[in-house]
Design a binder for this molecule. Structure first.
Ligand SMILES: [Zn+2]
Length: 411
């Protein structure tokens, strides 16, 4: 099959007019100008018209289990109040509800232009649904628990779940100790050990709020209150007295080149530690706005050479799971980010963040993961047209399979 469109963006540097991508099974066989390749490959041509074919977007931080929480949780100014709602509500979700939330989350992700997701999975329910879905995914199995008596159960649960899952072309397992205010040093180190021995990727939520910094420094503040409300004992908690990033270094987590979600509050020294360790950051721009955070360190991180990618986070703290919406939001609100940087953030940087290969560019022999963005073709630069509010994703292809098509697309 050959997809043809007015434009094709092959990577952050290359845009071609009258672009075409030739597919062969799950891979890309050729990319280039349509007129130059049409005679070389006798295949069915799908002409997408006024559209831009580009690499599928990589959402490096989401929680599909929370897809239905959009209308269930209230918007609170304090992160810990929000987290209290999530924690108490999630405990009530049954298997069927979680399955449906995952299915709906996958459809919304595909419709919004994501071909790959880094999904945090906490309940253990619905894993088969996730595994059998057509989207490419790295599934970070989540563990948490501050009290010492939780450790044995949680470490055994994670080991057992990992053993029960087999990776395939679209499914990769990984681990995620939740966050330093919810997860003991022992659990962090346990995750580090299995990540090392089983060669698994590791992610964690880190430096998300000022309250987290206070809790790690002094053991006081909103998180102490939250844990108290949840009847979680702080007996085993010894505040390390350092920043969240320095704490991860102390625990040996940074040696694993982890994927660090949020990183909303960083010192210069933290950024230096991240750059030297080769860690990646998943910045969630609209979730950042949802909680009224300001001045994310994204420009400082990029300048320091840290690999930054983009996540939507969940529908409990975002207005949609669309990565195209995330791109438009970034283009509108982070004018200092150049178009080519934005393309990298949402594509190849995501590939690196998830430690995957052969996705994030349209290139010969790479995976056929691509999308087609419908544009008005009004003569403006291609990137401006993609970021126009009226643009929409027409089609999402994962590993050569059309997984989503817009109702306006006639093919
Ligand atoms: Zn998250």
């Amino acid at each position: 099959m050959i997809f043809r469109a007015k434009y094709a963006i092959l990577n952050d540097r290359t845009i071609i007019e009258d672009g075409a991508v030739v597919l062969c099974g799950s891979k890309i066989r050729e990319v280039g100008r349509y007129t130059e390749i049409r005679d070389l490959y006798p295949a069915k041509v799908v002409d997408l018209g006024s559209a831009v074919i580009m690499p599928g977007l990589v959402n490096t931080h989401t929680h599909l289990e929370l897809t239905h929480h959009k209308n269930l949780v209230n918007h609170y100014a304090r992160f810990t109040d929000w987290l209290f709602q999530i924690t108490t509500r999630s405990n009530c979700d049954d298997c069927q509800q979680i399955n449906q939330a995952i299915l709906d989350g996958i459809q919304l992700s595909l419709a919004g232009g994501a071909t790959t997701i880094g999904n945090i999975h906490s309940s253990g329910k619905g894993l088969e649904t996730l595994r059998n879905s057509q989207i490419r995914k790295v599934v970070f199995l989540e563990t948490l628990g501050l009290s010492s008596h939780v450790f044995a159960d949680e470490s055994a649960r994670i080991s057992k779940t990992l053993k029960s899952l087999r990776n395939d072309d679209l499914f990769t397992t990984a681990v995620t100790p939740h966050a330093p205010y919810s997860t003991s040093a022992n659990l962090y180190q346990y995750c580090a050990e299995i990540a090392k021995s089983d060669q698994l990727h590791l992610s964690t939520h880190i430096a998300e709020t000022k309250a987290e910094i206070e809790f790690l420094q002094y053991g006081t503040g909103e998180f102490a209150e939250l844990l108290n409300m949840l009847n979680i004992s702080l007996d085993a908690w010894n505040p390390p007295g350092v920043t969240p990033i320095a704490y991860l270094r102390k625990l040996g987590i940074l040696d694993l080149q982890p994927l660090l979600a949020h990183c909303n509050y960083l010192t210069d020294n933290d950024i230096d530690l991240l750059a030297r360790s080769g860690s990646s950051v998943a910045f969630c721009p609209r979730s950042h706005k949802y909680f009224s955070h300001t001045n994310h360190s994204i420009m400082r991180l990029i300048a320091a050479g840290v690999n930054v990618s983009i996540g939507t986070d969940s529908l409990a703290s975002n207005w949609s799971l669309s990565m195209l919406d995330e791109l438009k939001f970034l283009a509108d609100n982070y004018e200092e980010l150049l178009p080519e940087t934005l393309i990298s953030l949402l594509t190849i940087n995501g590939t690196r963040s998830l430690k995957l290969k052969y996705i994030g560019k349209l290139e010969k022999n790479w995976q056929a993961d691509l999308i087609a963005i419908g544009i008005s073709d009004d003569g403006r630069p291609v990137f401006d047209q993609i970021c126009d509010q009226a643009s929409e994703n027409l089609m999402t292809v994962v590993a050569g399979t059309i997984c989503y098509r817009n109702e306006n697309l006639e093919i």
